[in-house]
Ligand binder design. Structure first.
Ligand SMILES: [Zn+2]
Length: 288
């Protein structure tokens, strides 16, 4: 699943290539790609045609195009394998092309999705705490790279959670944009085991953890931003360039870059978590 940096890489690419363009036509090539749009493929195509892309925005892992004059959000779910590609129309259709929007700037905006977990849907924009968000995104919290992210408020919320800190970090209604990769990285940098209860951590410890989450995502974004060229907007969910810089995620069996202990992998929330047994001590008394 793409996390905040991967989504932001795509958002920046779209910002450069589709903002200001008007949609001349839309073809939905696979109905599954618009299943979240209840009125169906014909309705989506009709409503999007003739609209101008006013901006491309995101909150955490959620991304949308603001369409004018309809003042609607075209919410893009990348799912597991969704890609938003900007292509010249002469490029042959990709094998897993699901939706094509022909733009008046001479480019196609193509949604390609091998596993079809992603898709497009239209949603009204609503005002939430000073921001305009698509209705399905209204409950999602600000991400740590949002200029209006309030770390003190998030620390206070996290300290009330009688749940594992990793579970709380992955809860998009508390803080958004963090998935398994950047949760493992931030926890390793902070020296905290993901199964520690959030309510047992000190205020400064949680503050540092959020700082690390922001820093690691900013570093990943800086490297992801170099990996796509002008007309190819890449989103593989995999961290692209940044996977060379990972310290914890996927590093099972390798030496901890800080202390040299062998990194371990554990199951948590049906996924794997990788951590250092010395830098990130497991809370005592946990059943295993
Ligand atoms: Zn270590």
């Amino acid at each position: 699943m793409p996390e905040l940096p991967e989504v932001e890489v795509v958002r920046r690419g779209l910002d450069a290539h589709v903002v200001g363009a008007t949609v001349d036509s839309v073809q939905v090539l696979h109905p599954r790609a618009v299943r979240r749009h209840e009125p169906g493929p014909r309705d989506l195509a009709l409503q999007v045609t003739g609209q101008k892309v006013a901006s491309v925005e995101h909150r955490g892992k959620y991304m949308w195009l603001v369409l004018e004059p309809a003042d609607l959000a075209l919410v893009v779910h990348l799912g597991m394998s969704g890609q938003m590609l900007v292509q010249p129309p002469t490029v042959p259709d990709e094998k897993h092309l699901r939706i094509r929007a022909v733009l008046d700037n001479g480019a196609d905006l193509r949604f390609v999705d091998q596993r079809t977990f992603g898709g497009w849907a239209l949603a009204p924009l609503v005002e939430v705490d000073g921001d305009r968000l698509p209705l399905p995104v209204a409950h999602i919290a600000r991400d740590p790279m949002d200029p209006r992210f309030d770390p003190d408020a998030v620390v206070a919320v996290l300290r009330t959670k009688h749940t594992e800190i990793k579970r709380a970090l992955l809860d998009q209604t508390v803080v958004s944009g963090i998935g398994n990769i950047y949760a493992d990285e931030a926890l390793w940098r902070a020296g905290i085991h993901g199964e520690r209860l959030a309510s047992t951590l000190t205020k400064p410890a949680i503050g540092r953890l959020l700082d690390h989450a922001r820093d690691v995502m900013a570093e990943a974004l800086a490297q992801g931003g170099t990996s796509f060229d002008a007309l190819y907007v890449n989103v593989n969910g995999a961290s692209g360039y940044f996977d060379r810089s990972l310290s914890a995620y996927g590093q099972e069996g390798r030496p901890c870059p800080r202390c040299g202990s062998t990194m371990r992998r554990e199951q948590f929330m049906n996924r794997s978590s990788t951590s250092c047994p010395r830098c990130q001590v497991r809370p005592r008394g946990l059943p295993r």
